[in-house]
Design a protein around this ligand. Structure first.
Ligand code: UTP
Length: 452
């Protein structure tokens, strides 16, 4: 008997006296589980690498010649007009479990800003509010949660009065889940009345946008572009006019920001090209000899890494509705607490289970005219994955302060080197919004400077 049949039989027996489990089994998509098991457990040796590929080319953040400069100026203005004309939505993926952070609550509700302790969600909300006011337009915000954190996320927003945004313009919805299995493909139970379920990866966002009605809501509102960002990057430019303008002028289905890797083995996905198409090869899959390849000028060839910031055309996302194009499953080996045969809950110390996840960047190879625009890491990327150390709350707060200092200094406002600084995105969603702010407006006397 194959594993699926075995699982069906076992679950039918177990669910006879377990009503919640019975419901879960009733709606479980066995065909989908079969695909996931095949891709991640039974035929895992299929190469994840394309046959032939090279480093993807990207647009530099600073234009390199006059022609490019003019193009960027045009693109920025075009991006601004797309925003002003209400063609753009903000989209946050916040369905992850944030296990590395170890915070008791949805990650977006973590206080992160260095002085006011604003949450990640508040920082995005204020930026969206700031941009909406600047361009006198409604920017709808779509927030993807998971069934595990949707209730807590909603309750948080209600308590915070939606951070000043109009409730009608924020849509919360849950992504799909997949059951976890052991390494042989046997379904795991979280308790006697439930499967061990986990969110199906950020790639699940495309289906979830469709299934939740978000895409049709966007269509009704005239939204053409979806600005995608992760919940854990407080520096992200939620709606970026230059990026948006370049993306639309190139008629790109899906565009991405890139970071110049700090070294050949930095743990970022690598943008690579396969002919006209682009894909991402994870850092763990890029062969060492490729990672070490160099240009004549000494820079590594595979230097464009992904900070997971994208713009997707709404009609490109709609193509995933039919189910004809599917994202592959990735195997994530995790520690999953589960009920054993003896009816005891086992909390493993080492990974014991496979979670099945899809990744949004796997949509890239399906995109026509994909575009990559370089980003300045110091300006736009400092994820909060851990509490301390690399990519942590600590490092991200330090980066927020440094960026605020830079913004003020670049605008001719002198500040004390040791001061902690925070700038509100409601009034200043971008650096150039500080252009007319004079030093007198800011009280520079204290150790803490908050620019409202
Ligand atoms: P990560 O890959 O960092 O995962 O997610 P995570 O669950 O947040 O954290 P760890 O790995 O358990 O510590 C990157 C982004 O993708 C979202 C997360 O919320 C985060 O914004 N995500 C991830 C989803 O929305 N759904 C998922 O199923 C997985």
């Amino acid at each position: 008997m194959d594993v699926i049949e075995k699982n069906k039989l076992r679950m039918n027996q177990l669910s006879a006296s377990a009503p919640k489990l019975a419901k879960q089994i009733e709606v479980l998509d066995w065909d989908e589980l079969t695909v996931a098991l095949n891709e991640c457990i039974f035929q895992p040796n299929q190469s994840v690498l394309p046959k032939e590929y090279g480093p993807a080319s990207y647009l530099p953040l600073e234009a390199e010649n006059e022609e490019q400069k003019e193009h960027y100026v045009r693109a920025f203005a075009h991006g601004e007009s797309l925003i002003r004309d209400g063609k753009t939505a903000a989209f946050t993926v916040a369905g992850g479990q944030g296990t590395r952070l170890g915070y008791n609550g949805p990650k977006g509700t973590l206080p992160v800003s260095p002085i006011k302790g604003k949450t990640l969600f508040q920082l995005f909300a204020e930026q969206i509010l700031g941009i909406s006011r600047k361009y006198e337009v409604v920017i709808p915000w779509y927030v993807m949660c998971s069934p595990l954190n949707l209730g807590a996320t909603l309750a948080h927003f209600e308590k915070m009065d939606f951070y000043g945004l109009d409730r009608g313009n924020i849509k919360f919805f849950a992504q799909g889940v997949m059951p976890a299995t052991d390494f042989e493909g046997n379904l795991l139970l979280a308790d006697s009345d439930s499967l061990a379920l986990s969110p199906d990866g950020h790639g699940g966002s495309l289906k979830a946008l469709i299934d939740s009605g978000s895409i049709s809501d966007m269509a009704k509102r005239g939204i053409e572009h979806v600005s995608y960002f992760q919940v854990d990057n407080p520096l992200v430019s939620t709606i970026n006019p230059l990026f948006l303008g370049l993306h639309d002028l190139q008629n790109s289905d899906m565009s991405s920001r890139s970071l110049t890797k700090t070294g050949p083995f930095e743990k970022l996905g690598n943008f690579v090209s396969i002919g006209e198409r682009i894909t991402i090869i994870e850092y763990s899959d890029l062969p060492e000899e490729k990672a070490l390849e160099k240009e004549e000028d000494g820079r590594i060839r595979y230097r464009a890494g992904s900070p997971a910031i994208h713009i997707l055309r709404r009609d490109f996302i709609e193509k995933f509705a039919s189910g004809k194009i599917k994202l592959p499953y990735h195997r994530a080996e995790k520690k999953v607490a589960h009920l054993n045969e003896a009816g005891e809950i086992i909390t493993p110390k080492i990974p014991n289970a496979v979670k099945f996840e899809t990744f949004v960047f796997d949509a890239l190879p399906f995109a026509r005219n994909p575009l990559i625009l370089e980003a300045d890491r110091l300006e736009e990327f400092s994820p909060v994955k851990n509490m301390t150390g690399i990519d942590s709350l600590e490092s991200s707060q330090a980066d927020m302060v440094e960026r605020a200092k830079r913004w003020l200094t670049n605008n001719g406002i002198k500040i004390c080197e040791s001061a902690k600084i925070e700038i509100s995105s409601v009034s200043f969603p971008a650096e150039n919004d500080l252009v007319n702010v004079k030093g007198e407006r800011i009280d520079l006397s204290g150790d803490f400077i908050y620019l409202e």
